[in-house]
Design a protein around this ligand. Sequence first.
Ligand code: NAD
Ligand code: LMR
Length: 312
Amino acid sequence: MVSVAILGAAGGIGQPLSLLLKMNPHVTRLNLYDLVNVPGVAADISHINTNSTVSSHLDKQNLGAALTGVDIVIIPAGVPRKPGMTRDDLFNINAGIVRTLAEAIADYCPTAIVGVISNPVNSTVPIAAEVLKARGVYNPKRLFGVTSLDVVRASRFVRDIRPTVDASALRIPVVGGHSGTTIVPLLSLAEPRFGGDEVVQAKAGAGSATLSMAYAAARFTDSVIRAINGEDVVEPAFVSLDADPHGAENIRALGAGSLEYFAVPVQLGKEGVQRIVPVPSVTPFERKAIGVASAELQKNISKGVSFTQKAK
Ligand code: NAD
Ligand code: LMR
């Protein structure tokens, strides 16, 4: 019995993600929310003959109903980038969207597990955290920036150079954040690739990754559900290192220093983050990359935090 709300369900990610979660036998209720087109998406998906119930929630006055009683909230609401833009260029629009949605989460489902997809994840997660803190309902174990696409890509890219490996079985840790040099896959062999940039270029102005992201978000959501149901599951995510101060010591020693948020492998439990999984060792090359990532991340996190403080 797991209820999931998707905020931004009519978008490029939201639609295929809704489809994939309608196929998930553990999901019993799927609440789809957007500012546009969501009645059609919900009507379409609701005809798929799996057992879950789909409901449509159009516009802000129906946001509370979309969130009431849900266990998991996934947020792909917001604008995607075009060629020539960085994820940080989306801050001005998406920061306000995520703030509004986090306020509603605090009011209607303060104990839900929340996965933020909207970019720039390095800043939108701190924004959501600050909103939840201000409303007295923050639990660092229950807020995630969804970075599953980075590990999905890392394993697929390794298969490009090692065609005999099974990409779906490879688990390559990716640490840091979710933008440019803050994405640090811990493999010393591969040539650097900027997966998000490749898709933005190939789509030539028609958006960024949607189908692979929907797959990755469906995987993330399924991992959260399996953990709620008692399975032992590890999933990468951009989380507060306060969620597991003991596990964070190892990550800080790799070069994350005093950063509050970092993408790490997370062992999930019924309450969200159960444990940050230690990364056994890194090469000097990877340590240097973590240093570069941390300097950029510090700026992204501070930008998110001061955005919410200015609004007070
Ligand atoms: P899109 O434009 O196709 O869809 C976004 C949807 O959000 C639209 O349907 C829009 O109506 C809706 N929306 C906008 N404001 C809203 C609000 N206030 N409340 C509810 N819904 C709202 O974009 P997309 O391709 O689906 O990408 C969505 C976001 O995900 C972008 O910010 C993109 O950069 C990000 N993204 C993140 C990752 C990741 O790995 N974390 C990967 C791909 C894309
Ligand atoms: C991605 O990694 O594909 C997303 O963050 C979207 C983007 O803008 O690259």
